[in-house]
Design a protein around this ligand. Structure first.
Ligand code: F6P
Length: 322
C-alpha cells in the first residue's frame, strides 16, 4: 500500500523525548514526500478533528524540549467501542494511510482496537514508567530516573546534615522500575514497589535500627507512588523510632525537563523506524528496542507480553545500601 499521508499523536502521560520522536517522524516522512498531520491532545484531538499540517520546519527547536508540543490527554471515549468507531471514521475522513501513536500501554490498546477496524497504526513506546512489556526501553525513562536521582542526591545532603530518615516518593502507580533505578543509583537502603509484597512499617523500623547500629547516621528509603501514603508512613516511622523523619513527593517533577541523550537517541531512531516500517509495507506494528536492537513487531504480539521485574536489582540495592 502506498503511503502518502500519515497522522501522528501523543497520548497518555507525557514523557521527555516525545518531541524528539515527533521530529524524527515528521522529518523522515517529509524526506520521502509523505504529508504529516499532527493531531493535538491525543485521541481527544482525533475525535474532535483538532489537527494541523506539519512540515520539517514545524518541528524545529523541539528536540531538546520536555513535554509534547502536540499536547496530550488521557481520552476516556477511546475506552468505549463508540469512541473507537468515531476515531476510525475520522482517520478515513482525514485520508491518512497510517496513524502513529506515541505513548504507553493504554494508548497502544486504543491503537490496537483501531487496527481491528482497519486503521493502520504504528506505536512508538513512550512512558517514563518503562511498563510496556514488549520493549526493553520506553522513551522518557532515562530522563525521569536522572531527575529522580539528582533530586534524591539533594535530599541526601540535608538528610545527612540532620541525621534524619528520609522517605522519597517517586512516580509509578503500577510499576516500580523508576523506584528501583533511583534507589540503586542514589544509594538508598530500602525501596518499596507495587510489584512486591508490602514490607510492614515495623520491618522498616527494624531495618532503620539495625542500619543505625551499623554506624549509619541517616536513612534513605524510596517509595513508588503505587505503594501509597508515604507521608503517613514517615509519620509512623518517626513515632516508632523517635528519629526525625521527612517525606518528599517528587511527583510530576520527574515527567518534565529536557530529555537526556539516551532518550533523544531512542526517540530519533524509533521515529525514523516508524516511517521506515510503513515504507516497507508493514501494518499495525510497534517499534521496540530489544536485546540492543530496534525491531517492529505486530501490535497484538506487543500487547501480549508480560514483563518480569528484575528482582536481582532489589537484592543489590539491599546489599549496597547496608
Ligand atoms: O505517565 C505515567 C505516570 O507519570 C505514572 O508514573 C503516574 O502514576 C501517572 O502517570 C500520573 O498521572 P497523572 O499525570 O494523570 O496524574
Amino acid at each position: 500500500m502506498e503511503i502518502n499521508k500519515i497522522g501522528i499523536l501523543t497520548s497518555g502521560g507525557d514523557a521527555p523525548g516525545m518531541n524528539a520522536a515527533i521530529r524524527a517522524v515528521v522529518r523522515s516522512a517529509v524526506d520521502k514526500n509523505i504529508k504529516v498531520i499532527g493531531i493535538r491532545r491525543g485521541y481527544e484531538g482525533l475525535l474532535s478533528g483538532d489537527i494541523l499540517e506539519l512540515s520539517a520546519r514545524s518541528v524545529s527547536d523541539i528536540i531538546h524540549r520536555g513535554g509534547t508540543f502536540l499536547l496530550t490527554a488521557r481520552c476516556k471515549d477511546m475506552m468505549q467501542q463508540d469512541g473507537i468507531e468515531r476515531a476510525h471514521k475520522v482517520c478515513k475522513v482525514l485520508a491518512i494511510d497510517a496513524l502513529i501513536v506515541v505513548g504507553g500501554d493504554g494508548s497502544f490498546k486504543g491503537a490496537q482496537k483501531l487496527s481491528k477496524l482497519g486503521t493502520n497504526v504504528i506505536g512508538i513506546p513512550a512512558t517514563i514508567d518503562l511498563d510496556l512489556d514488549c520493549t526493553d526501553y520506553t522513551i522518557g525513562f532515562d530522563t525521569a530516573v536522572n531527575t529522580g536521582m539528582s533530586s534524591i542526591n539533594k535530599i541526601r545532603d540535608t538528610s545527612t546534615s540532620h541525621e534524619r530518615c528520609s522517605l522519597v516518593e517517586v512516580m509509578g502507580r503500577h510499576a516500580g522500575h523508576i523506584a528501583l533505578w533511583c534507589s540503586l543509583t542514589a544509594g538508598a537502603e530500602e525501596v518499596l514497589i507495587p510489584e512486591m509484597n508490602r514490607i510492614s512499617t515495623e520491618e522498616i523500623v527494624q531495618e532503620i535500627f539495625s542500619n543505625r547500629a551499623l554506624g549509619k547516621s541517616h536513612n534513605l528509603i524510596i517509595v513508588a507512588e503505587g505503594v501509597g501514603n508515604t507521608i503517613k508512613m514517615a509519620q509512623d516511622i518517626e513515632n516508632m523510632t523517635g528519629i526525625e523523619t521527612r517525606a518528599t513527593i517528587l511527583g510530576h517533577l520527574q515527567r518534565g525537563g529536557s530529555p537526556t541523550a539516551l532518550d533523544r537517541m531512542h526517540a530519533s531512531i524509533m521515529g525514523y523506524d516508524a516511517v521506515e516500517s510503513l515504507l516497507n509495507g508493514k501494518k499495525n506494528r510497534v517499534i521496540v528496542y530489544r536485546d540492543g536492537k530496534y525491531l517492529d513487531i505486530d501490535i497484538n504480539e506487543a500487547l501480549s507480553y508480560k514483563k518480569t521485574l528484575d528482582k536481582r536489582m532489589y537484592k543489590i540495592i539491599k546489599v549496597l545500601g547496608t
